[in-house]
Design a protein around this ligand. Structure first.
Ligand code: NOJ
Length: 579
Protein backbone atom coordinates (compact mmCIF):
# COMPACT_ATOMS: atom_id res chain seq x y z
CA UNK A 1 0.00 0.00 0.00
CA UNK A 2 2.71 2.45 1.12
CA UNK A 3 4.71 1.42 -1.95
CA UNK A 4 1.88 2.37 -4.27
CA UNK A 5 1.48 5.76 -2.54
CA UNK A 6 5.18 6.40 -3.11
CA UNK A 7 4.86 5.38 -6.74
CA UNK A 8 1.89 7.70 -7.26
CA UNK A 9 3.78 10.57 -5.57
CA UNK A 10 6.80 10.00 -7.82
CA UNK A 11 4.60 9.94 -10.90
CA UNK A 12 2.92 13.18 -9.87
CA UNK A 13 6.30 14.88 -9.34
CA UNK A 14 7.55 13.65 -12.70
CA UNK A 15 4.39 14.71 -14.46
CA UNK A 16 4.69 18.13 -12.87
CA UNK A 17 8.30 18.75 -13.83
CA UNK A 18 8.25 17.50 -17.44
CA UNK A 19 5.68 18.41 -20.05
CA UNK A 20 3.89 15.18 -20.80
CA UNK A 21 3.79 13.79 -24.33
CA UNK A 22 0.23 13.06 -25.21
CA UNK A 23 -0.25 9.54 -26.54
CA UNK A 24 -3.71 9.22 -27.97
CA UNK A 25 -5.54 8.64 -31.18
CA UNK A 26 -6.44 12.32 -31.45
CA UNK A 27 -3.28 14.11 -30.35
CA UNK A 28 -2.45 15.46 -33.82
CA UNK A 29 -5.79 17.08 -34.59
CA UNK A 30 -5.04 20.61 -33.40
CA UNK A 31 -1.25 20.48 -33.49
CA UNK A 32 1.41 22.89 -34.65
CA UNK A 33 4.15 21.26 -36.73
CA UNK A 34 7.46 23.12 -36.90
CA UNK A 35 9.76 22.12 -39.78
CA UNK A 36 13.51 22.22 -39.19
CA UNK A 37 15.84 22.21 -42.18
CA UNK A 38 18.82 20.69 -40.32
CA UNK A 39 21.61 21.97 -42.55
CA UNK A 40 20.61 25.56 -41.82
CA UNK A 41 19.22 25.49 -38.28
CA UNK A 42 22.19 25.52 -35.89
CA UNK A 43 25.83 24.45 -36.25
CA UNK A 44 27.23 23.12 -32.96
CA UNK A 45 30.74 22.12 -34.11
CA UNK A 46 31.85 25.11 -36.15
CA UNK A 47 32.00 23.51 -39.62
CA UNK A 48 29.47 25.91 -41.14
CA UNK A 49 26.79 23.20 -41.44
CA UNK A 50 23.85 22.69 -39.10
CA UNK A 51 23.73 19.43 -37.11
CA UNK A 52 21.75 17.31 -34.66
CA UNK A 53 23.41 18.65 -31.52
CA UNK A 54 22.61 22.14 -32.77
CA UNK A 55 18.96 21.14 -33.00
CA UNK A 56 18.96 19.46 -29.59
CA UNK A 57 20.44 22.51 -27.88
CA UNK A 58 17.86 24.75 -29.49
CA UNK A 59 14.75 22.61 -29.21
CA UNK A 60 13.70 24.92 -26.44
CA UNK A 61 13.09 27.57 -29.13
CA UNK A 62 10.62 25.18 -30.75
CA UNK A 63 8.95 24.57 -27.37
CA UNK A 64 8.76 28.30 -26.65
CA UNK A 65 6.90 28.90 -29.89
CA UNK A 66 4.40 26.29 -28.73
CA UNK A 67 4.99 23.60 -31.34
CA UNK A 68 3.69 20.12 -30.59
CA UNK A 69 5.68 18.43 -33.32
CA UNK A 70 9.06 19.00 -34.90
CA UNK A 71 9.47 17.63 -38.41
CA UNK A 72 13.17 17.37 -39.15
CA UNK A 73 13.95 17.27 -42.86
CA UNK A 74 16.24 14.47 -43.99
CA UNK A 75 19.17 13.72 -41.66
CA UNK A 76 20.31 10.40 -43.16
CA UNK A 77 23.66 9.34 -44.67
CA UNK A 78 23.96 11.10 -47.99
CA UNK A 79 26.47 12.46 -50.50
CA UNK A 80 24.30 15.62 -50.35
CA UNK A 81 23.75 15.96 -54.08
CA UNK A 82 20.18 17.03 -53.24
CA UNK A 83 21.08 18.05 -49.70
CA UNK A 84 20.01 14.86 -48.02
CA UNK A 85 17.15 13.80 -50.30
CA UNK A 86 19.71 11.46 -51.90
CA UNK A 87 20.09 8.84 -49.19
CA UNK A 88 22.92 6.31 -49.16
CA UNK A 89 21.81 4.62 -45.93
CA UNK A 90 18.21 4.98 -44.77
CA UNK A 91 19.03 3.85 -41.22
CA UNK A 92 22.02 5.95 -40.31
CA UNK A 93 22.77 9.63 -39.72
CA UNK A 94 24.69 11.81 -42.17
CA UNK A 95 28.21 12.19 -40.73
CA UNK A 96 28.13 15.98 -41.00
CA UNK A 97 25.02 15.97 -38.79
CA UNK A 98 26.15 13.56 -36.05
CA UNK A 99 25.52 10.00 -34.97
CA UNK A 100 22.70 7.72 -33.86
CA UNK A 101 23.70 8.49 -30.25
CA UNK A 102 23.21 12.18 -30.97
CA UNK A 103 19.82 11.31 -32.40
CA UNK A 104 18.90 9.44 -29.19
CA UNK A 105 19.79 12.55 -27.20
CA UNK A 106 17.63 14.64 -29.49
CA UNK A 107 14.67 12.33 -28.89
CA UNK A 108 15.28 12.41 -25.15
CA UNK A 109 15.33 16.21 -25.09
CA UNK A 110 12.23 16.42 -27.28
CA UNK A 111 10.40 14.08 -24.90
CA UNK A 112 11.48 16.21 -21.96
CA UNK A 113 10.02 19.27 -23.68
CA UNK A 114 6.83 17.47 -24.73
CA UNK A 115 7.63 17.67 -28.44
CA UNK A 116 7.04 14.78 -30.83
CA UNK A 117 9.69 14.10 -33.48
CA UNK A 118 8.78 13.36 -37.08
CA UNK A 119 11.33 12.44 -39.70
CA UNK A 120 11.40 12.62 -43.46
CA UNK A 121 10.81 9.33 -45.24
CA UNK A 122 12.05 9.42 -48.84
CA UNK A 123 10.53 6.39 -50.57
CA UNK A 124 10.79 7.39 -54.22
CA UNK A 125 14.56 7.17 -54.61
CA UNK A 126 17.87 6.48 -52.92
CA UNK A 127 21.31 7.86 -53.64
CA UNK A 128 23.35 6.28 -56.43
CA UNK A 129 25.87 5.64 -53.61
CA UNK A 130 23.45 3.32 -51.79
CA UNK A 131 24.76 -0.26 -51.59
CA UNK A 132 21.49 -1.51 -53.12
CA UNK A 133 22.19 0.51 -56.24
CA UNK A 134 25.69 -0.83 -56.59
CA UNK A 135 24.34 -4.38 -56.33
CA UNK A 136 21.58 -3.54 -58.77
CA UNK A 137 24.14 -2.33 -61.30
CA UNK A 138 25.82 -5.72 -61.01
CA UNK A 139 22.47 -7.55 -61.29
CA UNK A 140 22.90 -9.18 -57.88
CA UNK A 141 19.62 -10.65 -56.65
CA UNK A 142 17.29 -9.43 -55.21
CA UNK A 143 18.72 -5.94 -55.77
CA UNK A 144 18.71 -6.25 -59.58
CA UNK A 145 15.03 -5.24 -59.60
CA UNK A 146 15.17 -2.63 -56.81
CA UNK A 147 15.45 0.20 -59.35
CA UNK A 148 13.78 1.02 -62.69
CA UNK A 149 16.07 -0.21 -65.46
CA UNK A 150 15.28 -0.11 -69.19
CA UNK A 151 17.12 -0.93 -72.38
CA UNK A 152 18.24 1.87 -74.67
CA UNK A 153 16.48 2.80 -77.89
CA UNK A 154 18.58 3.28 -81.01
CA UNK A 155 17.91 5.63 -83.92
CA UNK A 156 18.56 4.79 -87.58
CA UNK A 157 22.25 5.75 -87.14
CA UNK A 158 22.57 3.43 -84.16
CA UNK A 159 22.83 6.36 -81.74
CA UNK A 160 21.85 5.30 -78.25
CA UNK A 161 18.73 7.08 -76.92
CA UNK A 162 16.81 6.99 -73.61
CA UNK A 163 13.84 4.58 -73.54
CA UNK A 164 11.25 7.36 -73.67
CA UNK A 165 10.74 11.14 -73.36
CA UNK A 166 10.33 11.36 -69.57
CA UNK A 167 11.94 14.39 -67.93
CA UNK A 168 13.56 14.93 -64.55
CA UNK A 169 12.14 17.46 -62.07
CA UNK A 170 15.60 19.01 -62.10
CA UNK A 171 15.71 19.34 -65.91
CA UNK A 172 16.85 17.11 -68.78
CA UNK A 173 16.06 13.45 -69.45
CA UNK A 174 14.90 11.36 -66.49
CA UNK A 175 17.12 8.51 -67.78
CA UNK A 176 20.82 7.96 -67.11
CA UNK A 177 22.94 5.40 -68.93
CA UNK A 178 24.93 2.92 -66.85
CA UNK A 179 27.91 1.46 -68.64
CA UNK A 180 28.27 -1.59 -66.40
CA UNK A 181 24.68 -2.82 -66.54
CA UNK A 182 24.33 -1.49 -70.11
CA UNK A 183 20.90 -0.10 -69.36
CA UNK A 184 19.32 3.21 -68.48
CA UNK A 185 18.00 3.87 -64.96
CA UNK A 186 15.16 6.22 -64.12
CA UNK A 187 15.73 9.29 -61.93
CA UNK A 188 12.81 11.66 -61.53
CA UNK A 189 15.09 14.04 -59.60
CA UNK A 190 18.92 14.35 -59.87
CA UNK A 191 20.94 11.67 -61.68
CA UNK A 192 22.35 10.79 -58.24
CA UNK A 193 18.82 9.88 -57.08
CA UNK A 194 17.79 6.64 -58.88
CA UNK A 195 14.08 5.81 -58.56
CA UNK A 196 13.18 2.76 -56.48
CA UNK A 197 10.91 0.10 -57.96
CA UNK A 198 7.69 -0.35 -55.98
CA UNK A 199 6.56 -3.13 -58.28
CA UNK A 200 9.17 -5.25 -56.45
CA UNK A 201 7.92 -6.87 -53.23
CA UNK A 202 11.33 -7.23 -51.60
CA UNK A 203 11.96 -3.52 -52.03
CA UNK A 204 8.60 -2.74 -50.47
CA UNK A 205 9.55 -4.84 -47.44
CA UNK A 206 12.95 -3.14 -47.10
CA UNK A 207 11.28 0.25 -46.99
CA UNK A 208 8.83 -0.91 -44.32
CA UNK A 209 11.82 -2.02 -42.24
CA UNK A 210 13.14 1.52 -42.49
CA UNK A 211 9.93 2.87 -40.97
CA UNK A 212 10.09 0.33 -38.14
CA UNK A 213 13.77 1.15 -37.48
CA UNK A 214 12.94 4.80 -36.78
CA UNK A 215 9.70 4.11 -34.90
CA UNK A 216 11.71 1.84 -32.59
CA UNK A 217 13.93 4.85 -31.94
CA UNK A 218 11.06 7.01 -30.75
CA UNK A 219 9.85 8.66 -33.94
CA UNK A 220 6.16 9.60 -33.89
CA UNK A 221 5.51 9.76 -37.61
CA UNK A 222 6.87 10.65 -41.02
CA UNK A 223 6.67 13.30 -43.67
CA UNK A 224 6.56 11.29 -46.87
CA UNK A 225 8.62 12.88 -49.60
CA UNK A 226 7.41 13.10 -53.20
CA UNK A 227 4.87 10.34 -52.58
CA UNK A 228 3.06 10.89 -55.86
CA UNK A 229 6.19 10.01 -57.87
CA UNK A 230 6.46 6.46 -56.55
CA UNK A 231 4.91 4.62 -59.47
CA UNK A 232 5.31 4.94 -63.22
CA UNK A 233 3.43 3.52 -66.15
CA UNK A 234 4.46 -0.12 -66.60
CA UNK A 235 4.33 0.27 -70.38
CA UNK A 236 6.73 3.25 -70.23
CA UNK A 237 4.71 5.32 -72.70
CA UNK A 238 5.89 8.77 -73.79
CA UNK A 239 4.21 11.62 -71.94
CA UNK A 240 2.24 14.21 -73.93
CA UNK A 241 3.40 17.83 -74.21
CA UNK A 242 2.00 20.28 -71.70
CA UNK A 243 1.88 23.07 -74.30
CA UNK A 244 2.66 25.65 -71.62
CA UNK A 245 4.00 28.62 -73.58
CA UNK A 246 7.67 29.56 -73.16
CA UNK A 247 8.81 26.39 -71.37
CA UNK A 248 12.09 24.95 -72.79
CA UNK A 249 11.95 21.36 -74.03
CA UNK A 250 14.27 20.07 -71.28
CA UNK A 251 12.25 21.67 -68.48
CA UNK A 252 10.07 19.35 -66.37
CA UNK A 253 7.02 21.49 -67.11
CA UNK A 254 7.37 20.78 -70.85
CA UNK A 255 5.43 17.52 -70.40
CA UNK A 256 2.10 16.60 -68.89
CA UNK A 257 3.06 13.94 -66.34
CA UNK A 258 0.27 11.44 -66.77
CA UNK A 259 2.57 8.39 -66.70
CA UNK A 260 5.04 9.29 -63.94
CA UNK A 261 2.88 10.94 -61.28
CA UNK A 262 -0.22 10.23 -59.20
CA UNK A 263 -0.63 6.60 -60.25
CA UNK A 264 -3.39 4.81 -58.30
CA UNK A 265 -0.99 2.14 -56.96
CA UNK A 266 0.55 4.81 -54.70
CA UNK A 267 -2.51 4.90 -52.47
CA UNK A 268 -2.27 1.15 -51.82
CA UNK A 269 1.29 1.41 -50.55
CA UNK A 270 0.33 4.28 -48.28
CA UNK A 271 -2.45 2.13 -46.83
CA UNK A 272 0.10 -0.57 -46.01
CA UNK A 273 2.31 2.01 -44.22
CA UNK A 274 -0.68 3.28 -42.23
CA UNK A 275 -1.43 -0.27 -41.12
CA UNK A 276 2.19 -0.86 -40.17
CA UNK A 277 2.22 2.30 -38.04
CA UNK A 278 -1.13 1.53 -36.39
CA UNK A 279 0.05 -1.97 -35.55
CA UNK A 280 3.28 -0.59 -34.12
CA UNK A 281 1.51 1.67 -31.63
CA UNK A 282 -2.20 0.90 -31.26
CA UNK A 283 -4.06 3.77 -29.62
CA UNK A 284 -1.33 6.31 -30.38
CA UNK A 285 -1.66 7.70 -33.89
CA UNK A 286 1.57 8.06 -35.82
CA UNK A 287 1.40 11.17 -37.92
CA UNK A 288 1.77 10.83 -41.69
CA UNK A 289 2.29 14.02 -43.65
CA UNK A 290 2.18 13.41 -47.40
CA UNK A 291 3.95 15.70 -49.84
CA UNK A 292 2.19 15.75 -53.21
CA UNK A 293 2.01 18.77 -55.46
CA UNK A 294 -1.04 17.56 -57.36
CA UNK A 295 -4.60 18.38 -58.32
CA UNK A 296 -6.91 19.05 -55.40
CA UNK A 297 -8.90 15.79 -55.71
CA UNK A 298 -5.75 13.69 -55.77
CA UNK A 299 -4.41 15.37 -52.63
CA UNK A 300 -7.68 14.87 -50.78
CA UNK A 301 -7.62 11.14 -51.66
CA UNK A 302 -4.54 10.70 -49.45
CA UNK A 303 -6.76 11.18 -46.38
CA UNK A 304 -8.61 7.97 -47.19
CA UNK A 305 -5.40 5.98 -47.50
CA UNK A 306 -4.07 6.95 -44.09
CA UNK A 307 -2.47 10.37 -44.35
CA UNK A 308 -3.17 12.52 -41.29
CA UNK A 309 -1.86 15.59 -43.11
CA UNK A 310 -2.09 15.51 -46.90
CA UNK A 311 -0.21 18.78 -47.20
CA UNK A 312 -2.54 21.61 -48.15
CA UNK A 313 -0.27 23.88 -50.20
CA UNK A 314 -2.94 26.45 -51.07
CA UNK A 315 -1.03 29.31 -49.39
CA UNK A 316 1.98 28.35 -51.54
CA UNK A 317 0.57 27.22 -54.87
CA UNK A 318 -2.82 28.92 -55.23
CA UNK A 319 -2.64 32.21 -53.35
CA UNK A 320 -0.16 35.09 -53.51
CA UNK A 321 0.17 38.81 -52.89
CA UNK A 322 -2.28 39.52 -55.74
CA UNK A 323 -5.01 37.27 -54.34
CA UNK A 324 -8.20 38.90 -53.12
CA UNK A 325 -10.43 38.26 -50.13
CA UNK A 326 -12.67 36.32 -52.51
CA UNK A 327 -9.77 34.08 -53.60
CA UNK A 328 -8.82 33.37 -49.99
CA UNK A 329 -12.39 32.55 -48.99
CA UNK A 330 -12.86 30.30 -52.00
CA UNK A 331 -9.68 28.31 -51.27
CA UNK A 332 -10.42 27.97 -47.55
CA UNK A 333 -14.00 26.86 -48.16
CA UNK A 334 -12.96 24.40 -50.83
CA UNK A 335 -10.56 22.67 -48.47
CA UNK A 336 -13.00 22.66 -45.55
CA UNK A 337 -15.84 21.35 -47.69
CA UNK A 338 -13.75 18.49 -49.02
CA UNK A 339 -12.11 17.09 -45.88
CA UNK A 340 -13.76 13.66 -45.79
CA UNK A 341 -16.42 12.93 -43.17
CA UNK A 342 -15.06 11.02 -40.21
CA UNK A 343 -13.65 12.11 -36.88
CA UNK A 344 -10.06 11.23 -37.81
CA UNK A 345 -9.90 13.77 -40.65
CA UNK A 346 -8.86 17.37 -39.97
CA UNK A 347 -7.81 20.23 -42.22
CA UNK A 348 -4.20 21.45 -42.43
CA UNK A 349 -2.57 24.70 -43.49
CA UNK A 350 1.05 24.90 -44.69
CA UNK A 351 2.72 28.29 -44.40
CA UNK A 352 6.02 27.44 -46.10
CA UNK A 353 8.80 24.90 -46.56
CA UNK A 354 12.35 24.45 -47.85
CA UNK A 355 11.19 24.07 -51.49
CA UNK A 356 9.31 27.33 -51.88
CA UNK A 357 9.99 31.02 -51.49
CA UNK A 358 9.54 32.25 -47.95
CA UNK A 359 6.12 33.46 -46.86
CA UNK A 360 7.46 37.00 -46.29
CA UNK A 361 8.80 37.04 -49.85
CA UNK A 362 5.69 35.52 -51.44
CA UNK A 363 3.16 37.79 -49.75
CA UNK A 364 5.30 40.76 -48.72
CA UNK A 365 6.42 41.50 -45.19
CA UNK A 366 3.27 43.39 -44.22
CA UNK A 367 1.06 40.37 -44.91
CA UNK A 368 3.10 37.88 -42.83
CA UNK A 369 0.99 38.34 -39.68
CA UNK A 370 -2.18 37.89 -41.73
CA UNK A 371 -0.92 34.50 -42.86
CA UNK A 372 0.07 33.59 -39.28
CA UNK A 373 -3.48 34.41 -38.20
CA UNK A 374 -5.03 32.27 -40.90
CA UNK A 375 -2.89 29.18 -40.31
CA UNK A 376 -3.47 29.26 -36.56
CA UNK A 377 -7.13 30.27 -36.36
CA UNK A 378 -8.45 27.98 -39.05
CA UNK A 379 -9.21 24.52 -37.63
CA UNK A 380 -6.76 21.62 -37.79
CA UNK A 381 -3.00 21.24 -38.14
CA UNK A 382 -0.74 24.25 -38.80
CA UNK A 383 2.65 23.66 -40.46
CA UNK A 384 5.37 26.32 -40.30
CA UNK A 385 8.91 26.38 -41.64
CA UNK A 386 11.86 27.43 -39.47
CA UNK A 387 12.61 31.13 -39.86
CA UNK A 388 9.08 32.05 -40.88
CA UNK A 389 8.30 32.81 -37.23
CA UNK A 390 10.43 35.95 -37.53
CA UNK A 391 9.50 36.70 -41.15
CA UNK A 392 12.86 35.69 -42.66
CA UNK A 393 12.96 36.62 -46.35
CA UNK A 394 14.63 35.01 -49.37
CA UNK A 395 18.23 35.98 -50.07
CA UNK A 396 19.13 36.65 -53.69
CA UNK A 397 21.84 34.38 -55.12
CA UNK A 398 24.11 34.69 -58.12
CA UNK A 399 24.44 31.66 -60.39
CA UNK A 400 28.03 31.20 -59.13
CA UNK A 401 26.79 31.00 -55.53
CA UNK A 402 23.98 28.55 -56.35
CA UNK A 403 24.20 25.10 -54.71
CA UNK A 404 20.75 23.60 -55.27
CA UNK A 405 20.81 21.05 -58.13
CA UNK A 406 17.46 22.37 -59.39
CA UNK A 407 19.09 25.81 -59.81
CA UNK A 408 22.46 24.59 -61.11
CA UNK A 409 20.87 22.40 -63.80
CA UNK A 410 18.67 25.26 -65.03
CA UNK A 411 21.77 27.24 -66.08
CA UNK A 412 22.74 30.92 -65.68
CA UNK A 413 19.67 32.27 -67.50
CA UNK A 414 17.01 30.38 -65.58
CA UNK A 415 18.59 29.29 -62.27
CA UNK A 416 16.69 31.94 -60.29
CA UNK A 417 13.38 30.43 -61.43
CA UNK A 418 14.26 27.01 -60.02
CA UNK A 419 16.78 27.41 -57.22
CA UNK A 420 15.62 26.76 -53.65
CA UNK A 421 18.74 28.24 -52.04
CA UNK A 422 17.02 31.61 -51.36
CA UNK A 423 14.69 30.05 -48.75
CA UNK A 424 17.35 27.78 -47.23
CA UNK A 425 19.84 30.31 -45.82
CA UNK A 426 21.02 29.84 -42.21
CA UNK A 427 18.60 30.57 -39.39
CA UNK A 428 18.95 34.06 -37.92
CA UNK A 429 19.30 33.69 -34.15
CA UNK A 430 20.92 36.99 -33.19
CA UNK A 431 23.09 39.85 -34.49
CA UNK A 432 26.40 38.08 -33.72
CA UNK A 433 28.76 36.56 -36.34
CA UNK A 434 26.84 34.45 -38.89
CA UNK A 435 23.61 35.46 -37.15
CA UNK A 436 24.52 33.09 -34.29
CA UNK A 437 24.16 30.11 -36.64
CA UNK A 438 27.82 29.08 -36.72
CA UNK A 439 31.27 30.09 -35.48
CA UNK A 440 32.86 29.05 -38.78
CA UNK A 441 34.51 31.60 -41.08
CA UNK A 442 32.13 30.51 -43.84
CA UNK A 443 28.76 28.78 -43.85
CA UNK A 444 27.40 26.25 -46.38
CA UNK A 445 25.03 28.90 -47.74
CA UNK A 446 25.64 32.57 -47.02
CA UNK A 447 23.70 34.18 -44.18
CA UNK A 448 21.19 36.81 -45.29
CA UNK A 449 22.81 40.22 -44.66
CA UNK A 450 19.62 41.51 -43.02
CA UNK A 451 20.26 39.40 -39.89
CA UNK A 452 21.61 42.46 -38.08
CA UNK A 453 18.07 43.66 -37.49
CA UNK A 454 16.05 40.57 -38.41
CA UNK A 455 16.76 37.88 -35.83
CA UNK A 456 15.02 35.94 -33.05
CA UNK A 457 16.71 37.78 -30.19
CA UNK A 458 15.72 41.21 -31.51
CA UNK A 459 12.12 40.14 -32.05
CA UNK A 460 11.67 38.57 -28.64
CA UNK A 461 12.20 41.88 -26.90
CA UNK A 462 10.12 44.11 -29.17
CA UNK A 463 6.56 45.02 -28.23
CA UNK A 464 5.48 44.38 -31.81
CA UNK A 465 7.20 41.58 -33.75
CA UNK A 466 6.21 38.70 -36.00
CA UNK A 467 7.60 36.34 -33.38
CA UNK A 468 5.48 37.79 -30.57
CA UNK A 469 2.34 37.80 -32.68
CA UNK A 470 2.84 34.19 -33.74
CA UNK A 471 3.52 32.91 -30.23
CA UNK A 472 0.42 34.70 -28.94
CA UNK A 473 -1.66 33.17 -31.72
CA UNK A 474 -0.35 29.73 -30.86
CA UNK A 475 -1.43 30.26 -27.25
CA UNK A 476 -4.88 30.97 -28.60
CA UNK A 477 -4.72 27.91 -30.87
CA UNK A 478 -4.48 25.72 -27.76
CA UNK A 479 -7.88 26.89 -26.50
CA UNK A 480 -10.98 24.77 -26.92
CA UNK A 481 -12.63 27.31 -29.22
CA UNK A 482 -9.94 26.72 -31.84
CA UNK A 483 -9.75 23.00 -31.23
CA UNK A 484 -13.49 22.30 -31.31
CA UNK A 485 -15.21 25.50 -32.46
CA UNK A 486 -17.43 25.87 -35.50
CA UNK A 487 -16.10 27.79 -38.49
CA UNK A 488 -17.69 30.51 -40.62
CA UNK A 489 -15.99 32.50 -43.36
CA UNK A 490 -17.57 35.69 -44.67
CA UNK A 491 -16.86 38.50 -47.12
CA UNK A 492 -17.60 42.18 -46.76
CA UNK A 493 -17.28 45.08 -49.14
CA UNK A 494 -16.23 48.34 -47.60
CA UNK A 495 -17.40 50.41 -50.56
CA UNK A 496 -19.70 48.19 -52.48
CA UNK A 497 -18.72 49.71 -55.80
CA UNK A 498 -15.76 47.32 -55.76
CA UNK A 499 -15.69 43.63 -55.00
CA UNK A 500 -15.60 42.42 -51.39
CA UNK A 501 -12.20 43.19 -49.93
CA UNK A 502 -12.58 42.14 -46.31
CA UNK A 503 -12.43 38.55 -45.09
CA UNK A 504 -13.91 37.45 -41.79
CA UNK A 505 -13.27 34.12 -40.06
CA UNK A 506 -15.35 33.26 -37.00
CA UNK A 507 -14.85 30.38 -34.56
CA UNK A 508 -17.48 29.73 -31.87
CA UNK A 509 -17.54 27.21 -29.03
CA UNK A 510 -19.88 27.48 -26.06
CA UNK A 511 -19.64 31.12 -24.89
CA UNK A 512 -16.30 31.68 -26.62
CA UNK A 513 -15.92 33.53 -29.91
CA UNK A 514 -12.81 34.28 -31.94
CA UNK A 515 -13.01 36.59 -34.93
CA UNK A 516 -10.30 37.23 -37.51
CA UNK A 517 -10.80 40.20 -39.81
CA UNK A 518 -8.46 40.84 -42.72
CA UNK A 519 -8.51 44.04 -44.74
CA UNK A 520 -7.19 43.13 -48.19
CA UNK A 521 -7.28 46.70 -49.44
CA UNK A 522 -3.81 48.21 -49.64
CA UNK A 523 -5.12 51.76 -49.64
CA UNK A 524 -8.38 52.04 -47.75
CA UNK A 525 -9.25 51.88 -44.11
CA UNK A 526 -12.44 49.90 -43.60
CA UNK A 527 -15.27 50.40 -41.14
CA UNK A 528 -17.46 47.36 -40.50
CA UNK A 529 -20.51 46.68 -38.43
CA UNK A 530 -19.27 43.39 -36.96
CA UNK A 531 -22.56 42.81 -35.18
CA UNK A 532 -24.63 42.87 -38.35
CA UNK A 533 -22.04 41.31 -40.63
CA UNK A 534 -21.04 38.36 -38.48
CA UNK A 535 -24.10 38.16 -36.28
CA UNK A 536 -22.28 38.88 -33.02
CA UNK A 537 -23.75 40.74 -30.07
CA UNK A 538 -21.20 39.78 -27.38
CA UNK A 539 -18.50 42.36 -26.55
CA UNK A 540 -15.18 41.71 -28.31
CA UNK A 541 -11.66 42.69 -27.37
CA UNK A 542 -8.50 42.91 -29.44
CA UNK A 543 -6.41 39.78 -28.93
CA UNK A 544 -3.67 40.71 -31.39
CA UNK A 545 -3.33 42.71 -34.59
CA UNK A 546 -0.79 43.15 -37.34
CA UNK A 547 1.66 46.03 -37.68
CA UNK A 548 0.12 49.44 -38.40
CA UNK A 549 -3.27 48.61 -36.89
CA UNK A 550 -3.49 51.33 -34.21
CA UNK A 551 -5.27 48.77 -32.04
CA UNK A 552 -4.03 47.87 -28.59
CA UNK A 553 -4.29 44.39 -27.10
CA UNK A 554 -7.29 44.00 -24.74
CA UNK A 555 -8.99 47.13 -26.11
CA UNK A 556 -12.79 46.68 -26.31
CA UNK A 557 -13.87 47.29 -29.90
CA UNK A 558 -16.83 49.23 -31.19
CA UNK A 559 -18.95 46.41 -32.64
CA UNK A 560 -21.12 48.71 -34.77
CA UNK A 561 -18.22 50.56 -36.41
CA UNK A 562 -14.97 48.69 -36.15
CA UNK A 563 -12.22 50.31 -38.22
CA UNK A 564 -9.17 48.57 -39.60
CA UNK A 565 -6.38 50.33 -41.51
CA UNK A 566 -5.28 49.32 -45.02
CA UNK A 567 -3.61 45.85 -45.31
CA UNK A 568 -4.13 45.19 -41.63
CA UNK A 569 -5.63 42.18 -39.89
CA UNK A 570 -6.87 41.71 -36.35
CA UNK A 571 -7.96 38.91 -34.06
CA UNK A 572 -10.76 39.71 -31.64
CA UNK A 573 -12.10 37.50 -28.88
CA UNK A 574 -14.82 37.50 -26.26
CA UNK A 575 -13.32 38.78 -22.99
CA UNK A 576 -13.56 35.31 -21.37
CA UNK A 577 -10.63 34.26 -23.58
CA UNK A 578 -8.23 36.93 -22.37
CA UNK A 579 -6.48 35.70 -19.26
C1 NOJ B 1 10.78 17.00 -52.16
C2 NOJ B 1 11.79 17.58 -51.22
O1 NOJ B 1 11.14 18.43 -50.32
C3 NOJ B 1 12.81 18.27 -52.07
O2 NOJ B 1 13.67 19.09 -51.32
C4 NOJ B 1 13.57 17.22 -52.85
O3 NOJ B 1 14.46 17.84 -53.75
C5 NOJ B 1 12.61 16.33 -53.65
N1 NOJ B 1 11.43 15.96 -52.94
C6 NOJ B 1 13.30 15.07 -54.05
O4 NOJ B 1 13.46 14.25 -52.94
Amino acid sequence: MIRSYILIAVLIILADSNPVQVASKDWYKNSLVYQIYPRSFKDSNGDGIGDLNGITKNLVHVAEIGADVVWISTIFSSPQKDFGYDISNFTNINEEYGTLEDFNKLIEKARFLGIKVILDFVPNHSSDQHKWFNQSIHRIKPYDEYYIWRDAKYDEHQNRLPPNNWLSNFGGSAWQWNDIRKQYYLHQFAAGQPDLNYRNDELQEEMKNVLVFWMDRGVEGFRIDAINHMYEDDQFRDEPLSNIPGVPSDDYDFLNHIYTKNLPETYKVLESWRKLMDDQSPGNTKMILTEAYADFDLIIKYYLSGSTVPFNFMFISDLNNKSTAVDFKRSIDRWMNNVPNGTEYVANWVLGNHDNHRVASRFGEKRVDQLFMLVTILPGVSVIYNGDEIGMVDREFTYEETKDPAGCNAGPERYWLKSRDPERTPFQWNDGPNAGFSTSSSTWLPVNENYIHLNVEAQKYKAYSHYNILTRLIELKKKSVIEYGTLETALYCSKCSVTENVLGVVRRHRSYIVVLIVNFSDTEMIVVDIGMWLNISEPLRVYTSSKGSNLSPRQIVELRSFSLSASVSAVLTTPNLLN
